[in-house]
Design a protein around this ligand. Structure first.
Ligand code: PXG
Length: 292
């Protein structure tokens, strides 16, 4: 496998970063997870824009333009001969002195991996997931801005551990006020009375690219969308529930904390969104070949 690392496509075995890199020492960095289908990268420009917003938010001065990063991403896919897969793009603060001070790190590092990912077995896309509410809370905006896709995923990992220990594959994370924020790696949607409901970004949801795609599809399908504060009550009493994320794509949820949601089967609007999302990803996106 070829990895893009600081300007060069190198062999996987040569793709190494320093033990003094602050991304490793302090989780000081940011990332994106991007999917490509059928030779096209889905919503590439939006992912790269979010990456640059994350960089701005944590004062990483990007030495590349957004167009360059888009091109390097396409080049990495092409170098590996892939038409379908998952891209992990990481920007770290770069190597520096020991100690927190990021200003002692002269230059950020970036690497791009083009590979594949599978979060859930296929059967769950048909039958739906059973999920739990976890005790681990989503950090408040005053602690770690939830919009930043940072290299600090310990909260989400601890939440995921709670899910796994409870024999579930995903966990709903609440914010400090008890409102639903999102799951450990996916945004959450509910269907209630023919409307789509999803937590507000300010309740701690990541501003997901897949979330946006679903909201665009809802508009095309004439389904009203409300971004609002939600509690577990809203999930328990919803007609349908599904999760969205680049890695997870669109996946139905049929129970929360062993309580059945709706009919206990993936609902009709969920199935419609799943199907429309697959059509969208197969027919849109930046062609890899156009950019290398
Ligand atoms: N919430 C969180 C906390 C995420 O990390 C999403 C929602 C979905 O956002 P997108 O833009 O992908 O629709 C994410 C996405 C991985 C991985 O291993 C990445 C994510 C989640 C889980 C795993 O690359 N990020």
């Amino acid at each position: 496998m070829k990895i893009w690392l600081d300007g060069n496509l190198v062999d996987e075995s040569e793709a190494k970063i320093s033990v003094f890199d602050h991304g490793l020492l302090y989780g000081d960095g940011i990332f994106e997870g991007i999917r490509f289908y059928n030779g096209r990268i889905f919503r590439l420009e939006q992912h790269i824009r979010r990456l640059f917003d994350s960089a701005r938010a944590i004062i990483i001065d990007m030495p590349w333009t957004q167009e360059e990063v888009c091109r390097y991403t396409c080049e990495t896919c092409a170098a590996n001969g892939l038409t379908d897969g998952y891209i992990r793009l990481v920007v770290t603060r770069g190597p520096g002195e020991l100690g927190l001070n990021p200003y002692l790190c002269p230059k950020p590092s970036m690497f791009i991996i083009a590979s594949t990912i599978k979060l859930y077995p296929d059967e769950h896309y048909e039958k739906g997931l059973s999920i739990i509410t976890c005790a681990t809370r989503r950090p408040t905006p005053g602690a770690l801005m939830p919009q930043v896709k940072s290299l600090n995923y310990l909260n989400n990992i601890m939440a995921k551990v709670e899910a796994i220990q409870a024999n579930a594959l995903e966990a709903v994370m609440l914010n400090e006020q008890g409102y639903v924020a999102e799951c450990t790696g996916d945004n959450l949607f509910l269907v209630k009375d023919g409307k789509l409901l999803t937590p507000l970004i300010k309740d701690g949801a990541l501003d997901g690219i897949t979330r946006h795609a679903i909201m665009d599809l809802a508009q095309d399908l004439g389904v009203p969308v409300h971004e609002c504060s939600l509690t577990r009550y809203d999930i328990f009493t919803a007609d349908e529930c599904f999760l969205t994320g680049t890695a997870a794509e669109v996946i139905p949820v049929v129970s929360l904390d062993r309580r059945v949601i709706g009919t206990g089967k993936p609902g009709p609007l969920t199935k419609k969104f799943l199907e429309s999302f697959h059509q969208l990803v197969m027919s849109t996106g930046t062609p890899i070949a156009s950019n290398v």
